[in-house]
Design a binder for this molecule. Structure first.
Ligand SMILES: [Zn+2]
Length: 197
């Protein structure tokens, strides 16, 4: 029905999060139908991203510079460190627009079933960062999933020696809720009403 080039394109698109074979076909057709307005700009955007986006060595965010814009910004509050599991959660908090401290991306959550242990996450780095004199509060903004909460307990244990207040997001994060799927208002309220962990 279609050539191998098109099949290959559909297969790659179908592997993207949120897509599947059916959406892959729709996207492939749209791209090939609108070369000037969609396909070519997408190729440029992909090439630029591949060339210039790096992982921030300090917080784990994605940006075109290392350290990232959030880590170097003089407008951010050095005394607060917000721990998130992934970059999607960091972006969700930034969209909510009510947090002005620094971030720390763990790079996942503890999950024995998937073989993810403490050494796979950026936890030692977090402990070092929390030990800095100017850090007074560590906010655990992890998903209300079993893995997220297990990870929160583990992080609290590891920070026991640190001289910081540890808080976590308040009610409003439904059980099983991933941060990226919360609306900005709910997430903002949960952060503002955070409580001791
Ligand atoms: Zn950073």
């Amino acid at each position: 029905m279609t050539g191998t080039e098109i099949e290959r394109l559909i297969q790659m698109l179908a592997r993207l999060p949120g897509l599947g074979p059916r959406s892959g076909r729709r996207v492939a057709l749209a791209l090939l139908d609108k070369r000037e307005s969609l396909l070519n700009p997408l190729i440029s955007a992909l090439e630029n991203a591949e060339r210039s986006v790096v992982v921030c060595g300090t917080c784990g965010n994605l940006d075109a510079s290392d350290p990232c814009g959030l880590c170097v910004s003089s407008k951010r509050d050095d005394s607060k460190l917000c721990v998130v599991e992934d970059v999607a959660s960091l972006w969700a908090l930034e969209r909510a627009g009510i947090y002005s401290g620094r971030y720390h991306v763990l790079g996942g959550v503890l999950s024995p079933l998937d073989g993810v242990g403490p050494e796979d996450l950026s936890i030692s780095n977090l402990v070092s960062r929390a030990a800095k004199r100017f850090v007074s509060e560590v906010i655990l903004a992890l998903s209300a999933t079993v893995e997220g909460q297990t990870t929160a307990h583990y992080v609290i244990d590891r920070l026991e020696e640190s001289d910081v207040i540890i808080t976590k997001l308040a009610h409003g994060v439904p059980m099983g809720g991933e941060l990226d799927y919360l609306d900005d208002g709910t997430l903002g309220a949960a952060l503002q009403a955070r409580r001791p962990a």
